[in-house]
Design a protein around this ligand. Sequence first.
Ligand code: ADP
Length: 190
Amino acid sequence: MNLILFGPPAAGKGTQAKRLVDEHGMVQLSTGDMLRAAIASGSELGQKVKGVLDRGELVTDEIVIALIEDRLPEAEAAGGAIFDGFPRTVAQAEALDAMLAGRGAKVDVVLRLKVDETALTGRIAKRFAEQGRPDDNPEVFGTRLKAYNDQTAPLLPYYKGQGKLVELDGMGSVEAVAADIDAALGQVVK
Ligand code: ADP
């Protein structure tokens, strides 16, 4: 099964993806993690994208699509992928559909974690204090939220039109959200 965890920054996608990996043996494909790893390694790609991440803007579609494409065989071998932070634009979603179709696969379900902006801002302030991730500072977080609202939220009608969108309340505890995700996955007809 291929599923997309969808939601604004700090909605809890990474937390839930890691749990699904532990419990269901799927592969988490987080473009944010891949980009941060590239930056940490000092690779050419890392040097190219560092400023973009630090500003809270989106890197080009071409870069993230290539990162995902590289990892699809591994995900397929594991029985499916959890896409976390990808796709973030309609062009990325179209590319993902085409890449999966080329492998005889598809996106099975899109789980949207709904969290209001006040709660997101609070979570990020806490994460910034604890971890000091540069793009969690309040000003950059504002840019990230704007990127979500302008460029990523238009994916909601895209997936709704495909009949794949499931909306979940992301405001509860990690365990409550996890239970809702498992219930939703139980309903998915592959
Ligand atoms: P969050 O913790 O806010 O969910 P991520 O860790 O997914 O954020 O991403 C961090 C940054 O990496 C984004 O602000 C953006 O610059 C870049 N990025 C990650 N995924 C994508 C993508 N699919 N398209 C473009 N940029 C991306």
